[in-house]
Each structure stands twice: as C-alpha cells, then as structure tokens.
Design a protein around this ligand. Structure first.
Ligand SMILES: *Cc1c(COP(=O)(O)O)cnc(C)c1O
Length: 233
C-alpha cells in the first residue's frame, strides 16, 4: 500500500472510533487504537508514527523483536499473538503489554522474566469466548480462578480481558459475543479484581466491540491494508 495512504486510513479509523464512542454513549477518548503492524516493515510503522500513532500490536516473536530492536523511537508495544513459553523472555524484556496470556505457566514466566527496572508488564487474559476447544484462551468458567492467581504475580499488572471471537458478519451476533466478555469483566470486578481494559474489536467488528465497552481495539487491515504474506510463528 502507498505509504501516504497509511495516514489517511489511520485518520479514517480514528474518526470511526470517535463516531462509535458518540453513538454508543462512550466517553470521548475512552477507546484506544492499537495499530496491528504484524507482517509490515518498520518503515510503515514509522509512517503511522508520523501521523500521530503511538501504540503498536505485534504477533510474531522474531519479526517483532527485529523491529523493536532497530526502532529508535520510544513506542508502546503490545504483544497480541500466541506466545510459546520458550520465547517468553524476549517478550518480557521488550514489550509494554501482552494481550494473549492463555496459560498460568506463561504468566508466571513473564512475571519472573520481567526486568524489575521496568514498569510491571501489563497483561490481559485471553478468553476463548466461543468456547471452541481448538482455540487459544481460557474458557470463560476458568477465568475467575485464573484471574485471582495471576493478579498476585509481582511483575505483572493484570489489566483485563482480550477476545478474538469467531468471525461473523452479523452485527447483532458480534455484539452478543462481545457483551459476554464485558459481563465476565464485570463479574471479576465484582469479585474485587481491579480491571480497566477490554481488548476486543478488529477491522471487521470494531463498532460492535465499542458498543459493548471495548477500551482497546486492535486494528490492522483497515490501517495498513491487506496483509500479503502468510503468517509465521
Ligand atoms: C491480526 C490481528 C488483529 C488485526 O486484525 P485486522 O482484521 O487486520 O484488523 C487483531 N488482533 C489479533 C489478535 C490479531 O492477530
């Protein structure tokens, strides 16, 4: 995609976010845009930075650390992909957030490996909201106990929940699924676990997620264009 398009499309996405905040009576500025830059080179990220974007989401360990280690700008990096335990150190030392915590063991490693001179690593628990056995994430009924345990780990800050629902083009269906994640979050808050983040909504379902309370939307395609090389791990 032509680089000047990135600025234009970023601004379009920001306008859509602000319009959705208004439409669904969300406070202005309550939804943060995470630009998902997986598969795109650092130069495209810097184009988005020049247009005012500060937070970037990455999925693949090797690809992301290559970009972070060559980037001279101080940006906020969010890891949103599946994370193997043997690669957790690379992430714990470089990232500000991990949205895709799906095992207690992974949380413990991230806490142990987080350098103590850095702020605690912000994390979200990934919820397998459609309860599909093949998908990553905790099942919804596991979440209350898991959240209690993970909230006690010293070098992490448990911020909230992340969900990647099964794809649907039906707005009502999208909302129903996101509403379940929001309800689970409220259940945890009622149990005394302080959470302020709902990471949900992508290019295809951002409006439904905002309608149901998303505080971070993770948007790739609508900003950078269609990804044209296959996913790696
Ligand atoms: C790739 C990805 C996104 C962005 O998806 P788009 O449809 O390109 O906006 C968001 N969240 C996760 C976890 C992803 O892997």
């Amino acid at each position: 995609m032509d680089m000047s398009d990135i600025k234009q499309r970023l601004n379009q996405v920001l306008e859509q976010i602000h319009a959705a905040e208004e439409k669904y009576q969300r406070p202005q500025g309550s939804v943060k845009l995470l630009a998902v830059s997986k598969t795109w080179p650092l130069e495209n990220i810097l184009e988005a930075v020049a247009a005012g974007q500060h937070c970037f989401g990455e999925n693949y360990v090797q690809e992301s650390i290559a970009k972070i280690d060559t980037c001279t700008k101080k940006l906020e990096w969010h890891f949103i992909g599946h994370l193997q335990s043997n690669k957790s150190r690379e992430i714990a030392t470089r990232f500000d957030w991990v949205h895709s915590v799906d095992r207690i063991k992974l949380a413990k490693r991230l806490s142990q490996q987080r350098p103590t001179n850095l702020a605690p690593l912000n994390i979200c628990l990934q919820v397998n909201v459609s309860n599909e056995p093949s998908k990553s994430g905790f099942f919804t009924d596991e979440i209350p106990e898991v959240a209690k345990q993970i909230s006690l780990l010293p070098n992490l800050k448990l911020r909230g929940l992340m969900a990647i629902p099964a794809r649907s083009n039906n707005f009502k269906q999208q909302r129903t699924t996101f509403r379940q994640v929001a309800a689970l979050q409220q259940q945890l808050i009622a149990q005394g676990i302080e959470l302020d983040t709902l990471s949900m909504g992508m290019s295809g379902d951002m409006e439904a997620a905002i309608a149901e309370g998303a505080t971070i939307v993770r948007v790739g395609t609508a900003i950078f264009g269609p990804r044209n090389y296959p996913s790696q791990t």
